[in-house]
Write a protein that binds this ligand. Structure first.
Ligand code: ATP
Length: 355
């Protein structure tokens, strides 16, 4: 049987707040799926509805082809790892992981074998006899994961699993989670408000806004082809120039026609990623878009250089991100006149942000 999850028109209200608003979503078997969105957009509520801790006001939750909307949490083939997981401080790692299986009164040999297997996958074998306070933050996190995995849920729901870790450890654990998910072959549904984390880890991402789905797709699709101003600005860094969409591009006051693919007319924002912009001393040929401006700021990031350029008489700014390996660091300086150039295929033309 598959462990796919289907949400059909799920709505959840708290009084007058619509926390989840008519969400339909298919999560495939063995997928690492991320629910991403700003604080308060309904991520946790959606996860809790799936787990059975919230009853939806409308819609259905289907797991592995079975309608589980009315099932109690314990009956569902899901396991949830909460934001604030607590390990038992007086128990060893091994006992912490075994605890859930002991509660199920499984035979001792089976418990021992399953715990050993899971500790091995989580690379915790050599810490089996330690207590939680003898572990690092990342190791404790792995114990919490092992404890959830040992129960062999078909789906593991993770609410901000890495939020307590510092940046470096977080980045390590993102890859670790991905590796572990691959190895155990369980569907993981991860809630995060961190777009970078979702991009790094997920096979697919659903972006939520005010309880509604804004866009669903693989990381690269969302990054390269956001279909709204909201998704474009929420994922990664994006430059926007406002104007009027016409056939073939956007007329931007002060910059003329900036080319790009566009399927509507009227008010529009042209979006272009910083890494798609190159800076030239002279205007490029007609095949490129170009906007003249003046460098206002430089920021060195080690691997690349951010160059901020004031354009349109100072009423807008474009950021370019240039690999350090491609330029000499002394080539650019504040006050310098440059042309920001990009190919029309890297323009993304979107309806303006609506609030
Ligand atoms: P965060 O990233 O801050 O955890 P979130 O995206 O997980 O946010 P939710 O916790 O799902 O968002 O909340 C969605 C909306 O529902 C918010 O407006 C929140 O205030 C409201 N809400 C959530 N739980 C309850 C509740 N038990 N009673 C009333 N309102 C609630």
């Amino acid at each position: 049987m598959t462990a796919g999850i289907e949400l059909r028109n799920v709505t959840k209200r708290f009084g007058s707040v619509i926390a989840v608003d008519d969400v339909s979503l298919d999560i495939r078997d063995n997928e690492l799926f991320a629910l991403l969105g700003p604080s308060g957009c309904g991520k946790t509520t959606l996860l809790r509805t799936l787990a059975g801790f919230e009853v939806p006001d409308a819609g259905q939750v289907i797991v592995g082809g079975q309608d589980v909307t009315d099932w109690r949490p314990r009956r569902r083939p899901l396991n949830m790892m909460f934001q604030s997981y607590a390990l038992f401080p007086h128990m060893t790692v091994e006992r912490n992981v075994a605890y859930g299986l002991e509660m199920e009164k499984l035979p001792r040999d089976e418990i021992r074998a399953r715990v050993a297997e899971v500790l091995d996958s989580a690379q915790l074998g050599r810490f089996a006899d330690r207590k939680p306070d003898q572990l690092s933050g990342g190791q404790r996190q792995r114990v919490a994961l092992a404890r959830a995995l040992v129960k062999r849920p078909r789906v593991l729901l993770l609410d901000e699993p890495l939020s307590a870790l510092d940046k470096k450890l977080r980045e390590e654990m993102q890859l670790e989670l991905k590796r572990l998910q691959h190895e155990v072959g369980i569907t993981f549904l991860v809630v995060t408000h961190d777009q970078e984390e979702a991009l790094v880890m997920a096979d697919r991402i659903a972006v939520l806004r005010d309880g509604r789905l804004a866009q669903v797709g693989p990381p690269q699709d969302l990054y390269e082809h956001p279909d709204s101003h909201f998704v474009a600005s929420f994922i990664g860094v994006m430059n926007f120039l406002d104007g009027l969409a016409v056939p073939g591009g956007v007329e931007v006051p002060g910059a003329g026609l900036l080319k790009g693919n566009c399927d509507f007319t009227g008010p529009a924002s042209l979006a272009v990623r910083p890494e798609r912009i190159t800076l030239a001393d002279d205007p490029p040929g007609d095949e490129q878009n170009s906007v003249p401006g003046t460098i206002s700021e430089l920021a060195y990031h080690g691997t690349d250089l951010s160059v901020h350029v004031e354009v349109l008489g100072g009423s807008a700014r474009l950021a370019a991100r240039i690999p350090v390996a491609q330029v000499s660091l002394t080539h650019f300086e504040p006050g310098q006149a440059v042309h920001c150039c990009w190919a029309p295929e890297h323009s993304r033309i979107l309806k303006p942000e609506t609030n």
